[in-house]
Write a protein that binds this ligand. Structure first.
Ligand SMILES: Cc1cc2nc3c(=O)[nH]c(=O)nc-3n(C[C@H](O)[C@H](O)[C@H](O)COP(=O)(O)O)c2cc1C
Length: 412
């Protein structure tokens, strides 16, 4: 976990909606990233979650009352507004939106919002009919005009049974990503550069219900996509089937098989750089059947004939629209560096990131594939550089910086 919000002070205003329960997870995720969270709850919010839970997770006092004698001795509502780097309103009720859009300040939350000097992010949550109402539309437009940022709402099922539509609060991780983007003042050396990244495994169908896959989780590729996006790149991620969320600020194309991945990657060229992290299956079943293969008495197990899949890295490395920088990952279990060096030429790559995916690699407690850590050697025509065992996010940060340096040095 990177401390992407280290030292940031977030004032979280929790409004009175069913989605208030999601704030508990949001607080946890923000604190994991190094932020301090100071909670303010409206009276309605306290009907949905208790200040006890909120305060315990935030490890701070929960502010609820505008006329709190103790807090107001030093004009607490103004201080709360001033002592934040960002104010997040989640769930932002129709009511809170209406109040701020019209300058009302009749409780602690609305008074803080009116006194705020820092950026403010609203994560609205309400019934689709409330969200679609012309009054809410007007308030949304007025707030945007006043510089308030929004994340969501999403389309989806409502807590009320049988109701669905636009009005569901953005998920905590989406809110975290929006906050990271808002508070990110880091330099953007990759601004204006398009980078294609592949990630995850591929699924090679045997029949409509079965497939061949591998243990790749997509964690390394997704972390690299996120790190490149943080440096300002226009990142196009082509992802195989994974169970982790999309990285923030990245455009994702989802595919299943190696052939679909190749097609998606080629459609994204030209690009300044291509980073091929996906664990693409080398082979696929030769004859995918349209019907499920049935067990038949007496015939024994069916034989599975395989054919070779397209080599996506080599295809791009020798492509007429080849990116200026081509980086491939090589998962090896033996002679890791030798094999990586051979791949440089064979694949037309500038860098091969070699990693030892053998069970006894000694990396983390689950090995590299599917685990949280990685140990890589960067192999290029300039030589080799062994990096220590690191969290996959840290490998991603370092690689993104390397890509940025290489692109800056290469002729256009
Ligand atoms: C069960 C229940 C669920 C509610 N859910 C929402 C909601 O998701 N969004 C919303 O804007 N209002 C919702 N309301 C209405 C608000 O709670 C109400 O407008 C309240 O005055 C908002 O106060 P606040 O903006 O100070 O938090 C809900 C009310 C009830 C009783």
């Amino acid at each position: 976990m990177t401390a992407s919000l280290s030292g940031k002070r977030i004032l979280l205003i929790i409004g009175g909606g069913i989605a208030a329960y999601k704030c508990l997870d949001l607080i946890r995720r923000l604190r994991e990233r190094g932020a301090s969270v100071r909670p303010v709850m409206t009276a309605a919010a306290r009907e949905f979650v208790t200040p006890l839970s909120v305060g315990a997770l935030a490890a701070d006092h929960v502010f609820t009352d505008l006329f709190d004698r103790q807090a107001e001795q030093d004009v607490g509502h103004i201080r709360l507004a001033r002592e934040a780097d960002l104010i997040v309103v989640a769930p932002a009720t129709a009511d809170l939106m209406a109040k701020l859009a019209n300058g009302l300040a009749n409780d602690l939350a609305s008074t803080i919002l009116l006194a705020a000097g820092c950026p403010v992010l609203f994560a609205p949550a309400m019934n689709p009919a409330m969200w679609a109402h012309p009054a809410t539309r007007r308030n949304r437009a007025a707030l945007s005009q006043d510089g308030i940022r929004f994340i969501g709402p999403n389309n989806g099922e409502m807590a009320e049974s049988g109701e669905a539509g636009e009005g569901r609060m953005a998920e905590p991780m989406e809110i975290v990503a929006a906050i990271e983007t808002l508070l990110d003042s880091a330099p953007k050396p990759l601004a204006g550069k398009r980078v294609v990244v592949t990630s995850g495994p591929t699924h090679e169908p045997i029949d409509p219900v079965r497939y061949i896959a591998n243990r790749s989780s997509g964690r390394q590729g997704h972390a690299i996509a996120a790190a490149l996006a943080r440096l300002g790149a226009d990142v196009r991620l082509v992802s195989g089937p994974v169970s982790i969320p999309d990285p923030a600020g990245v455009t994702v194309t989802r595919i299943e098989s190696a052939r679909e991945m190749r097609e998606a990657v080629e459609a994204l060229l030209p690009a300044d750089a291509g980073i091929f992290v996906a664990a693409v299956a080398d082979w696929r079943p030769a004859n995918e059947t349209a019907d499920k293969i049935k067990k038949q008495k007496g015939t024994g197990a069916p034989a599975l004939a395989l054919v070779e899949n397209p080599d996506i890295l080599a295809g791009v490395g020798h492509h007429e629209k080849r990116p200026r920088l081509v980086v491939g990952f090589a998962a090896e279990t033996r002679n890791v560096i030798d094999n990586a060096r051979k791949k440089l030429d064979k694949k037309g790559a500038d860098i091969i990131v070699a990693n030892d995916v053998s069970h006894d690699s000694g990396v983390g407690d689950r090995g590299v594939m599917g685990g949280a850590r990685n140990r890589v050697v960067i192999v290029s025509r300039d030589g080799e550089e062994a990096w220590p065992e690191l969290e996959k996010e840290e490998v991603a940060e370092r690689l993104a910086r390397l890509v940025s340096e290489k692109l800056a040095r290469q002729p256009k």
